[in-house]
Design a protein around this ligand. Structure first.
Ligand SMILES: CC(C)(COP(=O)(O)OP(=O)(O)OC[C@H]1O[C@@H](n2cnc3c(N)ncnc32)[C@H](O)[C@@H]1OP(=O)(O)O)[C@@H](O)C(=O)NCCC(=O)NCCS
Length: 212
């Protein structure tokens, strides 16, 4: 069911992205497959009719929500998690000391619960390994970030996620060891008991489309 919800979100995101670029198409004309082998096995692949510009896509689902993120250039990775307790052992396994310090103390997360902080941090790490396509085959200790720079509140809400008072929807830039060169841009969100991160590795691209 969540797999299907992810595919539906992906089709909506693709239709919206293509249409906003002057290529209106029906969802049934757009294919979504995945890499069947190799180091990026499982990573979604967009198959478009001839003549349409390429897109990159990331899909995530958790419980009753699914989100898909599309970019016209570069690569994207997204992760959605229901906020839940994370053990000290898991935190030490996933996060470097610098990441733990940042997530515990950064101003953006002031007033948020420890569970919200660790789940948002987990989403960032998973978005990074989904961006590379290596997924959890890669050690999450090898794709690191030392913090982020805030780039303002996101101007759009993500339906069912950030449309409640007090929800967080923040644009950021972030540097990561292990995900190419240059900064990634992205969106961090907390709301309705969920954490979400979407990251975009640049090339020269910029736009992200979200569908929840
Ligand atoms: C990609 C991965 C991190 C997703 O983890 P998750 O939090 O359970 O699931 P999410 O809902 O956030 O994401 C699932 C989606 O990620 C996408 N995905 C799968 N493999 C991917 C990869 N290598 N790179 C990027 N995206 C991938 C798919 O679209 C998948 O949706 P689907 O299952 O409906 O096809 C994890 O499944 C993974 O690492 N897979 C590859 C390695 C593997 O299979 N390891 C065995 C477990 S350690």
């Amino acid at each position: 069911m969540s797999h299907l919800a992810g595919r539906i979100a992906a089709k909506f995101a693709l239709v919206h992205s293509l249409s906003s670029r002057g290529y209106p198409r029906e969802a049934r004309d757009l294919g979504i497959t995945q890499r069947m082998a190799g180091p990026e096995e499982g990573r979604p692949v967009v198959q478009l009719p001839a003549g349409l510009p390429a897109c990159d896509l990331s899909i995530t689902h958790s419980h009753e929500l699914a989100v898909a993120v599309v970019t016209e250039r570069g690569r994207v990775g997204a992760d959605l998690e229901r906020v839940s307790p994370r053990s000290a052992a898991l935190i030490d396994e996933v996060f470097t000391e610098a990441e733990q310090e940042w997530l515990s103390q950064c101003e953006l997360l002031r007033g948020r619960t420890p569970d919200e902080r660790w789940n948002l941090g987990w989403c960032i790490k998973e978005a990074l390994v989904k961006c590379t396509g290596h997924g959890l085959r890669a050690s999450l200790q090898q794709v690191t970030f030392s913090g982020w720079t805030e780039q303002g509140a996101a101007s759009v809400s993500i339906p069912l996620l950030t449309d409640e008072p007090g929800a967080l929807a923040q644009l950021i830039t972030l540097h990561s060891e292990g995900v190419g060169s240059g900064p990634l841009t992205g969106l961090l969100a907390l709301g309705q008991g969920y954490a979400f991160a979407a990251l975009h590795h640049p090339s020269e691209g910029r736009s992200l489309e979200f569908v929840a």
